[in-house]
Design a protein. Structure first.
Ligand code: PHE
Length: 414
């Protein structure tokens, strides 16, 4: 018979048992907010690019990648949870939406780029609340150098310049060693070279943090910018780190980074080089810089949002009035054999209610002592950011959630 197809960015693709891309997600793919003039994400992208003027600036790679690009070429283990259909969006078993901009590292290194930034939309299945959205944006940055005297001298000169710049600035850095037993050098690399590269990575990113946050905190000696380095692990870098920035009394995780593993460079056909890579989440940073309180606002088409921003300018968002919230609960018995993943429930709610779904929380779950059947209760907060919803409208949306739940997953509503 005829197989089923799904249309994504104007092309048809065959579906299979892994297909889980939803209509809501398909509708986001052409939007590319990071390239919309005057959008906060576009200004933030340009600001980061201006900090690395000699780097190639890429921003038009397709979000469709193979699991091979997204995971295998970066040495993700076969059983990594990120590969599962509950965590990532698949067109079919051979094609998925990139879950991070690192999915392009091998390809871009393979083209011969040695200093580059890449900004793109990335996709992860997730819960629904004010700081999670299944589409967000990342900027990947990378630099590779020749693994010899010339390359190392270039790094040393750069390190001296960056150190001098940071010493003159109001920044306090909590560091960790470049290398440690839990964050080791690669066998194929000279530890002295790795130390210099890790130092270059840290200095480059401390200086970027100063550029991004320096105007808000860190402008005076009484209120310096505080940056904290933490050991991390990523399958394609070692040593690896995370960077946190102190903002309004809290440490916020801003980026992941590390010294690129030889296996990744080998996959790119790059020889006798070594270097670093980082990946930065843009929404987190833009929410701070612009005081944007809810991640859904980035997707707003409302003039009261869009007209507040100018390309190249960071300004404080002035919230317009918040409309009333409407909470509705749904309790149901889970299907006995298949169960239902929370991310499946959240995608269903987004497909019905779009950005009117502000928050989804499980408020109760219990297992019947005799029958062993499991029941859950979710509370959905419906609220539009642009207008007041009528009772009829929320009732209709909620009724659709209930009927879709029954149709798609065969649950029994209580
Ligand atoms: N891709 C990683 C993430 O999304 C970040 C990262 C980029 C880490 C490059 C190391 C090197 O969390």
């Amino acid at each position: 018979g005829h197989g089923k197809h799904v249309t994504v960015l104007g092309e048809q693709y065959p579906t299979d048992s892994m297909t889980n891309i939803s209509p809501t997600i398909i509708s986001k793919l052409p939007l590319r907010l990071h390239t919309q003039p005057s959008h906060p994400l576009s200004t933030l992208r340009a600001l980061i690019e201006s900090h690395f003027p000699s780097y190639a600036h890429l921003s038009s790679l397709s979000p469709l990648v193979t699991p091979h690009q997204n995971f295998d070429l970066l040495s993700f283990p076969q059983d990594h949870p990120g590969r599962s259909v509950t965590d990532s969006y698949y067109i079919n078993k051979d094609l998925m939406l990139r879950t991070h901009t690192s999915a392009h590292e091998v390809e871009v290194f393979g083209r011969g780029e040695t200093k580059w930034l890449l900004t793109a939309d990335v996709y992860r299945r997730d819960e629904i609340d004010g700081s999670h959205y299944p589409v967000f944006h990342q900027t990947e940055g990378a630099r590779i150098l020749s693994a010899d005297q010339t390359g190392m001298q270039e790094v040393e000169e750069d390190n001296a310049r960056l150190t001098a710049h940071l010493e003159r600035s109001n920044i306090i850095i909590e560091d960790v060693p470049h290398l440690s037993p839990t964050n080791p050098c690669q066998p194929a690399h000279d530890p002295k070279h790795t130390e210099l590269i890790a130092k270059n990575l840290k200095l480059s990113l401390n200086s970027l943090m100063l550029q991004l946050f320096g105007g808000h905190v860190g402008s005076t000696a009484e209120d310096p910018l505080r940056v904290r380095w933490i050991e991390a692990t990523f399958p394609w870098t070692t040593p690896s780190f995370e960077v946190e920035v102190f903002f309004r009394g809290k440490w916020l995780e801003i980026l992941g980074c590390g010294v690129v593993r030889q296996a990744t460079l080998d996959n790119s056909n790059v020889s006798n080089k070594l270097g670093w890579a980082f990946g930065l989440g843009l929404e987190r940073i833009a929410m701070i810089l612009y005081s944007i309180p809810d991640i859904r606002l980035f997707w707003s088409q409302d003039e009261r949002f869009l007209s507040q921003f100018k390309q190249g300018e960071i300004s404080t968002f002035k919230p317009y009035s918040r409309y009333p919230a409407c909470f509705k609960d749904v309790s149901f018995w889970l299907p006995e054999t298949s169960g239902l993943h929370e991310n499946d429930f959240c995608d269903l709610v987004r497909d019905v209610a779009g950005d009117i779904a502000e928050d989804v929380k499980m408020i109760d779950s219990f297992t019947h002592p005799k029958t062993n059947r499991k029941s859950v209760c979710y509370r959905i907060n419906y609220r539009s950011m642009d207008r007041s919803l009528s009772n009829d409208e929320t009732n209709t949306l909620h009724a659709q959630v209930l009927s879709q739940l029954q149709d798609q997953f065969g649950v029994e509503i209580r």
